[in-house]
Design a binder for this molecule. Structure first.
Ligand SMILES: NC(=O)c1ccc[n+]([C@@H]2O[C@H](COP(=O)([O-])OP(=O)(O)OC[C@H]3O[C@@H](n4cnc5c(N)ncnc54)[C@H](OP(=O)(O)O)[C@@H]3O)[C@@H](O)[C@H]2O)c1
Length: 411
């Protein structure tokens, strides 16, 4: 019964991330994307279609009564990208069908198929993709039911396993280590570099209420963009770092420079004579702060290698939770079969009330019309009320019995 569900997907598991862009729609605007998806749905006779693309996965989830053969898969991805060669499609596209498609979606939503197991971002991405395809009227009842159960299953996994418990992001681990030092909210923070990683660092700093942040960068506008997020934020050009005399409590360095330019001499100048204990965080690869500063000065140096080691340990902790998550997903898969079949029965039984009503009306107006004409007004009204009562009570019976049979079969 689940056999109309299909997923055609390309994922980080068997495809380099650099190739992922070849399997997605590269349409410039939302309207163009919508038009492409509508055309795809029509061209391949799909009843419903949902499309989701992230940096390490593309999913085409659809429902169709057609056979999805190898040649259809080729034509499908050539529709997405006419330049894709057949060998690449054969090698990278994975097809899940029926039960396997449903189970795959559950695994993706619960993030046990992710590159970083337990990252919840994927559930948000799936929900947004679904909402967009729903708004564009590409999806219908089948995908609605499946997405509904996938969200319930994923939330169950996130709440009842320790899958997402320990952080595996180097930035969040760094900030956590910084917070362990109980810095006051007014602490002076010097940030060097204004790239993507430090933008993320800044988000955490805002979240934890820090306000006094001075950002140094080669490109001043990028430093300004970060500094602007703090009530007491300042942006300075990197060339003025050597002359900075404001002191600091925490130094965060993350640039694309390939040498440890924060050496003992520069660090000493930045201290500006202060002797109390400091925190220095180096997120750069290769490192930008010389490790010898931790011997020469009173400083807690948080550097990327130890954070990466911790992230790896946390990831293997999460992976140990996968078995338990899978058990929960198996339960949700069984539940989904009941939900799906109940809905099928509901749809099939939808005309029963109308048909029973027609029988009643025929009985009153044709079959027993003459006999009813001989009854007085009160008796005729009583007969009619009895028939309406019977009609209401009886139309629910087949649905209830079918539902009970389904549940009994499943347990
Ligand atoms: N630990 C992790 O998990 C992780 C994750 C991602 C990245 N990283 C590391 O973090 C560093 C920055 O990554 P990102 O993603 O933030 O990069 P990004 O967005 O490309 O930004 C690079 C930043 O470094 C600056 N920069 C580049 N070359 C420089 C140089 N020679 N001297 C001084 N500043 C320089 C850039 O300044 P302009 O704005 O003026 O160009 C910019 O602020 C890299 O070392 C990367 O390997 C670590």
């Amino acid at each position: 019964m689940l056999k109309g569900y299909h997923i055609l997907t390309v994922t980080h598991k068997n495809t380099p991330l650099s190739l992922m862009g070849s399997f997605i729609f590269n349409e410039a605007t939302e309207e163009e994307l919508r038009a492409k998806l509508e055309a795809l749905k029509a061209a391949f006779g799909l009843n419903e279609l949902m499309y989701a693309a992230t940096c390490n996965r593309v999913i085409f989830l659809f429902h169709t009564n057609r056979q999805v053969s190898g040649s259809l898969r080729q034509a499908f991805f050539n529709f997405v990208n006419p330049g894709l060669n057949g060998e690449l499609i054969k090698k990278h596209v994975v097809h899940h069908e029926g039960d396997a498609a449903v189970q795959h979606l559950f695994r993706v939503a619960a993030s046990i198929d992710s590159l970083v197991v337990g990252e919840r971002e994927i559930l948000r991405q799936l929900r947004e993709a679904y909402q967009r395809c729903l708004d564009w009227e590409l999806t219908g009842d089948k995908i609605r039911l499946l997405m509904g159960q996938a969200v319930i299953a994923a939330k169950d996994v996130y709440s009842n396993t320790r899958l997402g418990e320990k952080s595996v992001s180097v930035v969040s681990l760094a900030i956590r280590k910084m917070m362990d030092r109980h810095l006051p909210k007014s602490a002076r923070i010097l940030m060097i570099g204004a790239g993507q990683t430090n933008v993320l660092v800044a988000k955490f700093l805002v979240k934890f209420g820090f306000s006094n942040v001075t950002v140094f960068n080669r490109t001043l506008e990028k430093a300004r963009a970060i500094a602007g997020k703090f009530s007491n934020g300042k942006a300075l050009h990197l060339s003025s770092l050597e002359d900075y005399s404001g002191g600091f409590d925490c130094l965060i360095v993350c640039t694309g420079a390939t040498r440890a330019f924060v050496d003992e001499a520069l660090y000493s100048r930045l201290l500006n004579g202060e002797k109390d204990s400091k925190i220095a965080i180096d997120l750069s690869v290769p490192r930008n702060i010389e490790t010898s500063i931790s011997e020469a000065f009173d400083v807690k140096l948080i550097e990327v290698e130890s954070l990466k080691k911790l992230a790896k340990q946390n990831l293997s902790f999460r992976e140990q939770e996968v078995g338990q998550a899978q058990e929960l997903l198996d339960t949700h898969f069984e539940e989904f079969k009941i939900v799906f079949h109940t809905r099928e029965i509901e749809l099939a039984f939808r005309q029963i009330p109308r048909e029973v009503q027609a029988v009643r009306e025929k009985a009153m107006n044709e079959v027993f019309r003459k006999e009813l004409e001989h009854l007085d007004e009160n008796s005729r009204s009583l007969v009619e009320r009895m028939l309406v009562y019977m009609e209401k009570k009886c139309t629910g019976i087949p649905m209830r019995v079918a539902r009970e049979a389904l549940v009994a079969k499943a347990s």
